[in-house]
Write a protein that binds this ligand. Structure first.
Ligand SMILES: C[S@@+](CC[C@H](N)C(=O)[O-])C[C@H]1O[C@@H](n2cnc3c(N)ncnc32)[C@H](O)[C@@H]1O
Length: 258
């Protein structure tokens, strides 16, 4: 028997443990996350096609990993209110924000890191194993490659047969040259988006985010893996229908079914 030891990264040492960082993301994500509106449209199309009205006698059970203030669930709620949601985040500030946003919904909230879920779920969190849909957005790339593989197994084990996993994520490009161009592409998109926001008079006087892609590259909290490697990891975890559903530069949507 071989034993594999994984050295866990620490959420508490990442910038997401800082309230100011969380606040900045909530305030500005729509400005600098490439094609965020398009990505949400694809999420909703996926939900309508694969999940909405597919379960006759109960609500669709959804788990959002790294929920932030609940932006994904807000989008899904605009498609259907027949959902029962568990929201997980390492940041208690983010989770409080989500709680505030869904006051009337009776959702479940878990303040825990992915690293903690991987080792303490059965004893401490006891998260259900019968989700129909597990979603995550811009959170899993903070884990190491080994932790991602573990989390994909965890996600598979927490889905109902026939359930789906959809991950909105930044990925590592297959070469340094492509990675450099993808950052330029991202920066160009931010500049274009900021101009459009100014035209629509949605721009409050703030500094441009065009340098954010360079900062993303140099940020030690980011550990994106190649898309092809992550699709393989999903297959190793047992997922079927594994595919990339959308991609532009380093931003992608990928997942699979159980
Ligand atoms: C970029 S934000 C995305 C929030 C939300 N999913 C969205 O798209 O609006 C990343 C979120 O993941 C959470 N997060 C990052 N690393 C985490 C970890 N290791 N365990 C649990 N949550 C984590 C952060 O606290 C933050 O709320």
């Amino acid at each position: 028997m071989s034993i594999i030891v994984i050295f866990m990264s620490k959420f508490e040492e990442s910038e997401w443990a800082e309230i100011e960082h969380a606040k900045e993301f909530v305030e500005n994500a729509d400005i600098y996350i490439l094609e965020r509106k398009r990505i949400f449209k694809i999420l909703k199309s996926f939900y309508r096609f694969f999940l909405d009205n597919k379960i006759a006698d109960r609500s669709v059970k959804i788990l959002d990993l790294g929920c932030g203030n609940g932006a994904l669930i807000r989008e899904i709620l605009s498609v259907s209110s027949k959902i029962e949601v568990t929201l997980v985040d390492g940041s208690s500030h983010m989770l409080d924000n989500a709680r505030e946003n869904f006051k009337s919904h009776g959702f479940h909230y878990i303040n825990g890191t992915f690293q903690e879920l991987l080792v303490k779920d059965a004893v401490t969190y006891k998260i259900a194993h019968d989700f129909d849909f597990i979603v995550s957005s811009l959170a899993i790339h903070h884990l190491s490659t080994e932790e991602k593989q573990e989390l994909f197994h965890y996600i598979y084990n927490h889905l109902n047969p026939g359930g789906y996993f959809l991950n909105i994520e930044t990925i590592k490009a297959p070469s340094d040259q492509l990675e450099s161009w993808y950052r330029v592409l991202w920066s160009e998109w931010i500049a274009e988006n900021e101009e459009e926001m100014k035209l629509r008079e949605e721009w409050t006087d703030k500094e441009s985010f065009v340098n954010l892609p360079e900062k993303y590259k140099n940020n030690p909290d980011n550990h994106p893996d190649k898309l092809s490697d992550q699709l393989k990891m999903l297959e190793i975890a047992g997922f079927k229908d594994v595919d990339c559903y959308y991609k532009q530069g380093i931003f992608s949507i990928f997942g699979g079914s159980k």
